[in-house]
Design a protein around this ligand. Structure first.
Ligand code: DX5
Ligand code: ZN
Length: 224
């Protein structure tokens, strides 16, 4: 199995002790910190915006993976980049001019991600895949943490992996929603490169150990 990334999702953290939760991520084997920005329009929930991302940037030593669940994301791309985002993902469903937005993100120096809702098929990215740094396959309907993993996502990951391999691009496959130790291995086997994990990490009795275990999946296989 290839080297994979773990991106804990801060949405599941205790916001009354944000510094401690971020320190936990800093001191762990996590690769990125995943931040869920919600506007109450694209999704039925509101979280935080660039002001908080900027504060988190100061506390966090890992790259920030910013998942924009907002309408008209093109209005805010530069401001999230200025706030410290390293990866900026926009939703396919929220963009009329996705090609333009992807290149707008790249022009800021950030990596460009495109997120797909569970009902949005992979083939819709066929004509843009070469330009995309990361595809975030949603395995729950975006808006809330702690939801049940939708199983149709696994064949979707396989399809996306096939597209990426055929086109010989370096696009990363990220999987977001309901991910934990119980399904991490199947997701990696299907082709996922980045595992986003909210509740499975922050609600665990030992979050750092959980991150380490997720990170170590597949390593034994290499030794054998
Ligand atoms: C859902 C968010 C996810 C969420 C995942 O809209 O995009 O990143 O934090 O949370 P869990 O891992 O608890 O499903
Ligand atoms: Zn997310």
């Amino acid at each position: 199995m290839r080297h994979h990334f773990i991106a804990p999702s801060l949405l599941a953290a205790d916001f009354t002790k944000l510094q401690a939760e971020i320190d936990l991520v800093n001191d762990s084997d996590a690769d990125w910190l995943h931040l869920d920005v919600m506007d109450g329009r694209f999704v039925p929930n509101i979280t935080f915006g660039m002001l908080i991302v900027e504060a988190i940037r100061k506390m966090c030593k890992k790259p920030l993976d910013v998942h924009l669940m907002i309408v008209e994301p093109e209005k805010y791309v530069e401001r999230f980049r200025d706030a410290g985002a390293d990866v900026i993902s926009v939703h396919y469903e929220a963009c009329d001019h996705l090609h333009r937005v992807v290149h707008q993100i790249k022009a800021t120096g950030a990596k460009a991600g495109v997120a797909l809702n569970p009902h949005t098929p992979i083939h819709l990215l066929e004509d843009l895949i070469e330009d995309i740094d990361l595809v975030c396959v949603m395995s729950v309907n975006p808006g809330f943490g702690g939801q049940k993993f939708i199983y149709q996502t696994i064949p979707k990951i396989r399809k996306l992996k096939e597209l990426i391999t055929t086109r010989n691009t370096r696009t990363l496959i990220e999987i977001d929603g309901g991910v934990g130790l119980q399904n991490a291995e199947s997701l990696l086997q299907a082709g996922a490169d980045v595992l986003v994990a909210g509740n499975s990490v922050f609600s665990a009795s030992d979050p750092k150990a959980t991150i380490r275990q997720m990170k170590e999946i597949g390593k034994l296989e290499i030794l054998v």
